[in-house]
Design a protein around this ligand. Structure first.
Ligand code: NCD
Length: 311
């Protein structure tokens, strides 16, 4: 089987065609037994992944490293910039040029929007954006789409509600960009101060994707096929005072799900980490898909590493 995938780097999901998304899904599907430890492969034996993480991470870093190791590859890198030469004042461009000399592929997470594009400009090896400030998080989006496809049979023909911090949340910026490639209906749920940026909404208008904005989850939950919750991105607020004004704006709890006439197959997703947006009593309901979603990070990232390294 031949796959359509012509990329040197993965910086934003906007660079993907629907065919490329499907190629990633096809390979990810085949990777599941290896991702779960039931089969062994050595496709990336002798290859080295550098994970350069200038911001905290649990899932993204561990699943990239796990994906690399499941395919026989190895990893180097740092999880805190304080232990790298960034502390001595080295520029990102220099760090990238050095890491490109050591490794076959680089995964970068950085607090500045545009950092991944800059890294791609300076790297001779593929760079994958694992989150650049409030900008983009394309690999999270691929696993989000993969999860929706797995649960619903297709990404298209779903009404998807996206709730929480739509201003600073990079996962929802990338997800909305991606959903505009499919035939979906979108509802954005946020306080007025955390609305989806106009630029992204304009893009939806241009593409004719039906969408609306509301302030409360309860107003729309009964219409939704998927509810994508997010954390308020405290670290991106100008001050703690600004954060306090919107903290705890949104909660999903079992009591609400019991009370509301939600669709039986509503899927509740979350990129995680959650703070208090979804109470623990939701975890045991059939709606909770967020841990399954997180597990999908391994096969999706295996597929991406393979496509980018093997070229
Ligand atoms: C997200 C991120 O880092 O943007 N986490 C993740 O990668 N799964 C979401 C968040 O931090 O809220």
């Amino acid at each position: 089987m031949t796959y359509e995938f012509e990329k040197d780097h993965v910086v934003t999901i906007k660079d993907f065609s629907v065919e490329e998304v499907k190629s990633v899904f096809d390979i990810a599907e085949k990777m599941i037994p290896t991702a779960e430890g039931e089969e062994k492969i050595s496709d990336l034996e002798g290859k080295l992944l550098a994970t350069l993480f200038y911001e905290p991470s649990t899932r993204t870093r561990l699943s990239f490293e796990g994906a690399m190791k499941r395919m026989g590859g190895r990893c180097i890198g740092f999880a805190k910039p304080g232990t790298s030469s960034a502390k001595k004042g080295e520029t990102l461009a220099d760090t990238i040029r050095v890491a490109a000399g050591y490794a076959d592929i680089i995964v970068l997470r950085h607090p500045h929007e545009g950092a991944a594009q800059l890294a791609a400009n300076f790297s001779d090896v593929p760079v994958i954006n694992a989150g650049d400030g409030a900008g983009h998080h394309p690999t999270q989006t691929l696993l989000d789409l993969f999860t929706i496809n797995e649960e619903k049979g297709s990404v298209s023909d779903n009404h998807i509600g996206i709730a929480g911090d739509l201003k600073y949340g990079r996962t929802v910026h990338s997800l909305t960009n991606a959903l505009s490639m499919f035939d979906t209906e979108l509802t954005f749920i946020s306080p007025p101060s955390l609305k989806m940026p106009d630029e992204i909404l304009r893009e939806l208008e241009k593409k004719g994707i039906p969408h609306k904005e509301v302030e409360g989850i309860e107003e729309v939950i009964e219409e939704l096929d998927v509810l994508y919750m997010t954390r308020i991105q405290r670290e991106r607020f100008p001050s703690d005072k600004d954060y306090e004004k919107v903290a705890e704006s949104y909660h999903i709890e079992k009591e609400m799900l019991d009370r509301k006439d939600t669709k039986e197959d509503l899927d509740i997703m979350h990129p995680l980490p959650r703070v208090d947006e979804i109470t623990a009593d939701v975890d045991s309901t059939p709606f909770a898909k967020y841990f399954r979603q997180a597990a999908n990070g391994i096969p999706i990232r295996m597929a991406l590493l393979k496509l980018l390294i093997e070229g």
